[in-house]
Design a protein around this ligand. Structure first.
Ligand code: HEM
Ligand code: HEM
Length: 205
């Protein structure tokens, strides 16, 4: 498997980061929603601290992922995709990136405006993004929750589009975000597992 993205498929690094971030967001969102209703206790403080540390980790992974994408480019749209779908996919992907940055940053802003210190797994401190400010604290916490629900909505549409492409269009949209050979498609391009007689596309090696 190639680690870099090619013209035809996502490389190992982009795939790994995509699915790792999906899993982390699922865990982070679930913990976030449950922790706010906990009664005050040392456990609640510990869970809040873990939520913040994992959130900062997601922020770093998203930055890494975006840099990697800018460095290795993205595959071309799957052959035969109508222009409007190409545009909708590009718009959705950039919106997802924007939300992946905005959610942890709004959490960090909320923490700063509340005047709390911020540590990463107890190892080092991060600087505040703003001074103590009650109005900003309220706006940031509201933004944190609303942006999360917007991400859930956009990600559901995004995942539905991926399944639609795989099940009904039978193209390589989903297959090329997964390791080679995990999914079979009808695509007549080098993304689907090639028949034994077809030489492997050297551009994807
Ligand atoms: C992608 C990363 C993150 C996701 C998906 C996420 C998600 C959530 C969710 C769903 C809630 C519950 C909101 C509610 O119902 O009121 C929440 C609460 C919270 N989050 Fe995050 N969060 C992330 C990153 C962060 C970061 C980086 C910080 C701080 C540095 C942070 C600090 C907080 C705090 C303090 C609360 C509790 C707010 C309250 O007590 O009302 N989050 N988060
Ligand atoms: C929290 C949930 C998710 C987020 C934040 C997310 C985010 C993203 C982003 C930002 C991209 C664009 C990559 C780039 O241009 O660099 C992408 C691509 C992709 N995602 Fe997701 N995703 C999520 C969940 C899912 C799920 C559940 C599926 C499928 C079941 C999926 C399937 C795909 C596929 C197939 C691509 C590549 C599309 C293409 O090649 O045109 N994603 N995702």
């Amino acid at each position: 498997m190639s680690w870099k993205n090619s013209e035809h498929r996502w490389g190992g690094v982009s795939q790994l980061l995509h699915w790792l971030i999906v899993l982390l967001i699922l865990g982070q969102g679930t913990v976030g929603l449950l922790m706010v209703d906990m009664l005050n206790s040392p456990d609640k403080i510990r869970i809040y601290a873990l939520h913040k540390s994992f959130g900062l980790t997601i922020l770093a992974l998203v930055a890494l992922r975006l840099l990697w994408r800018l460095f290795t480019g993205a595959p071309r749209p799957v052959p035969g995709m109508p222009r409007w779908q190409e545009r909708a996919a590009a718009f959705t992907h950039w919106l997802l990136y924007a939300l992946l940055f905005a959610i942890p940053l709004s959490g960090w802003l909320f923490n700063s405006a509340a005047g709390y210190p911020l540590q990463w797994f107890g190892l080092f401190n991060l600087p505040p993004l703003a001074g103590k400010d009650e109005a900003l604290r309220e706006a940031a916490v509201a933004a944190h929750a609303w942006l999360f629900w917007l991400l859930v909505t956009v990600a559901l549409v995004h995942a539905a589009a991926a399944f639609y492409h795989h099940l009904f269009q039978r193209d390589a949209t989903l297959a090329r975000m997964l390791p080679r050979g995990w999914l079979r498609t009808d695509a007549i391009d080098p993304v689907s597992t090639p028949p034994a007689s077809t030489p492997k596309d050297p551009r994807d090696a």
